[in-house]
Design a binder for this molecule. Sequence first.
Ligand SMILES: Nc1nc2c(ncn2[C@@H]2O[C@H](COP(=O)(O)OP(=O)(O)OP(=O)(O)O)[C@@H](O)[C@H]2O)c(=O)[nH]1
Length: 326
Amino acid sequence: MIEFGSTSAIPVTILTGFLGAGKTTLLNRILTGNHGLRVAVLVNDFGSINVDADLVVGLEDDVMSLANGCVCCSIRDDLIETVEAVLARPEKPEYIVLEASGVSDPSSIAMTFTDQKFRDMIRLDSLMCLVDAEQLFAAPEQMELKLRQIAFSDMVILNKVDLVDRAAVQKVHDWLGSRFRRYRLVEAVNADVPLDILLSVGRFAAEQLETTIPDHHEHGPDCGCDHSDHSDSFSTTMMKAERPISLSSLRNAIRKLPGDVYRLKGFVFSEEDPDHRILVQVVGKRMDIARDGAWGHRKRETRLVAIGAPGALSEYELSDALLATA
Ligand SMILES: Nc1nc2c(ncn2[C@@H]2O[C@H](COP(=O)(O)OP(=O)(O)OP(=O)(O)O)[C@@H](O)[C@H]2O)c(=O)[nH]1
């Protein structure tokens, strides 16, 4: 049985959910919310560029970035060291929020936070899972992971309900209801949920980690293999370019990406608007390309990261696809 820390322990909220479900969006809501807490933020991106850390509002120097791996496995030690560093700060945080990578298994992360080592210092408050109402049934080969992310959480935020009709929302409810005996769910648009169901709710219960994962008939029963570093299920590819690229060509190239590229995100130095950073967000087949702030003192360059099935895209193919047409 896992023991909880003392009541003076710093609460921790973990945000989990599949790639692109809305974790950073929720994190930003928490950070801009009216709670008056000194929050330490840990952001984990599976790819080698931590785009998310760059998108966290107003805390440029205060975000602890964990990139190039997943905190549930390959860079778990980095997570432990980062938590130790946060706890050693002269001005201790009053709250810790971790945005896990979209490929992570939350049970392993929860175990890090409930470890004896941190017993009196931190207390796992809640493990929240963002679910993308539009994309939940996309990439059925990843359903086992999506189920694990939901199963180990104490709250599901069914996000992006603006992108689907009520019948599709009901389909998600029915699907969850047929797999989980009990679950808590709140629907949201842009992860807009009340702060009082997010922070210091004390919902996490150690029993969550003993949950059995429902069968996922979409892809047969659990294969039982070792998902130790996700390399058997995911690959990540990065692209950097210093010369400006054409946005219209980029749009065309993105439309042609293979279907097993689940996520593409990053910043573009564009021909059309060279003074502003362009933010690219691709989740499944949905693409959003929008003007971000001025480059200011930042280096003008394109940095994009793609995550997909193993071998979905080589570095060469990504650069070729995105630059050849520039
Ligand atoms: N239409 C719509 N878009 C949303 C909503 N929530 C988030 N988005 C968009 O979805 C994209 C992905 O959102 P993020 O918050 O970056 O998702 P994430 O889970 O942090 O992504 P990863 O860290 O890459 O796994 C962004 O373009 C968001 O603006 C929503 O409720 N509705």
